[in-house]
Design a binder for this molecule. Structure first.
Ligand code: CAA
Length: 396
């Protein structure tokens, strides 16, 4: 059977970021709690014009340019998000216009907390597997994960915010990452660990309960995966990363299921998981895109040496549903990733002061009603410009 998976991947993050040590100083907390305790150094802060549509469109536009794909090739566009900008019109519809996708393209949005992007990816894989055979054009999908993560100012969740979008081309014979079709385990349960009522921009979270729910879901999904996945070991694993320490806890928990001691798990973490946490530690939690940011981090650090290696992926969406699945780094991925320079581009962002961060957050409630022309918007990237006649307007 033909391979299916991620053919190309690109990222868009806001221009501004906050150092977690600056947040800690302002909140009267030792910096070590956020930096070592949670495993986060910097978090991306979205300005008013960098809404989830703009982030998604910028990631997708970069993806098309880097991969040499023409928008006319895309037959399915799914956007996973839990911070949508409208109760009805999906971000995928905005992307259809901003990217010039063809009218025969199916577009929609998926939601299940941080699992929405994985729902999109797995659906795209099924859609390609069911696609036309000989003679017809091969099916190509665009899956975009985009979010702006917000918790209440001063809350325990505040150091685990972030913002960004990951866009992926999903196709047959992928050049980056091949998914193992059928090697997948699911787990779901109705829990209240993290949610966002309709009238709020900030998430409500039962923090320590959410950690326990994540680990329970990992047990269920991993055991379901293991029952179908054969005995070949995983050389690396990428977890959903609300903050780096959570991935460390997850790895220790998963190895504990096999009776592996804490000391051995700690050694394994450095080799098997740590490379996937470099980019998340500089961007923060990007919800739906978080697992794929971890995968990008792993590939940017090690793709050439990992070609052909089996990699585990764990996606968790509060509420909750989860999936453990696996794939392989494609042959030739190293040469593609050599051209990325994601970590280098993050170093060019603007460091915000704590006061600038708070000002952005305090203005949040007005942003979705801002009349066109009242927001300050730099030129270059696709940006949210404000509201005209109840419609969101974007530059292109
Ligand atoms: N130096 C070094 N480490 C320190 C320290 C210091 N000075 N002070 C504290 N620490 C350590 C603590 O020992 C702790 O480490 P362990 O977990 O290994 O014990 C760590 O820092 C965090 O300390 P606390 O547990 O006291 O932190 P907290 O209670 O204030 O907040 C949290 C932690 C509950 C996770 C909070 O950040 C939160 O609510 N985050 C949002 C929810 C979340 O991300 N949940 C994750 C699972 S749900 C999910 O994954 C979906 C999603 O994306 C949201």
């Amino acid at each position: 059977m033909e391979t299916i998976g991620i053919d190309a991947l690109a990222l868009a993050v806001p221009n501004g970021y906050l150092e977690l040590s600056d947040l800690a100083a302002a909140r009267g907390v030792p910096a070590g709690k956020f930096v070592e305790g949670l495993g986060v150094r910097q978090m991306a802060i979205a300005a008013a014009h960098e809404d989830p549509v703009a982030l998604a469109a910028n990631a997708a536009r970069r993806l098309l340019a880097q991969s040499g794909r023409d928008p006319s090739e895309i037959g399915l566009c799914i956007v996973g998000t839990e911070t949508a900008v409208d109760h009805s019109k999906p971000i995928a519809a905005y992307l259809h216009g901003l990217l010039g996708l063809p009218s025969r393209c199916r577009v929609y949005e998926t939601k299940h907390a941080c699992f929405g992007g994985t729902a999109g990816l797995l659906t795209a894989v099924d859609w390609i597997a069911a696609g036309p055979s000989l003679g017809a054009a091969p099916r190509v999908a665009l899956v975009v994960c985009t979010d702006v993560a917000r918790y209440e100012l001063g809350s325990a969740g505040e150091p685990t915010q972030g913002a960004g979008a990951v866009a992926m081309i999903v196709s047959a014979r992928p050049r980056l990452f091949e998914l193992e079709l059928g090697a997948s385990g699911s787990f779901s349960r109705d829990v209240h660990d993290f949610w966002r009522p309709l009238d709020r921009k900030e998430a409500v979270v039962d923090g320590h309960h959410s950690v326990a729910c994540y680990l329970d879901a990992l047990t269920g999904a991993f055991e379901a995966w293991r029952s179908v996945a054969g005995s070949e070991p995983l050389l690396r694993t990428c977890y959903h990363v609300p903050y780096g320490k959570m991935a460390k806890k997850a790895h220790r928990h998963r190895l504990g299921l096999d009776g592996i001691t804490e000391a051995e798990a700690a050694r394994s973490f450095e080799r098997e998981v740590a490379p996937s946490l470099i980019l998340p530690s500089l961007v923060g939690n990007i919800y739906t895109g978080s697992l794929y940011l971890a995968l990008a981090s792993l590939l940017e650090a090690e793709a050439a040496r990992l070609e052909g290696a089996r990699v585990g992926l764990f996606s968790y969406g509060s509420g909750c549903t989860a999936e453990f699945f696996s794939g392989r780094v494609a042959n030739g991925a190293g040469a593609i990733v050599d051209r990325w320079a994601i970590a280098r581009s993050l170093a060019e962002r603007t460091r915000l002061t704590f006061e600038e961060y708070e000002a952005i957050r305090r203005a949040d409630p007005q942003v979705d009603r801002a009349p066109l022309g009242t927001l300050s918007v730099p030129t270059g990237a696709i940006a949210y410009l404000g509201i005209e006649q109840e419609r969101r307007v974007y530059s292109n």
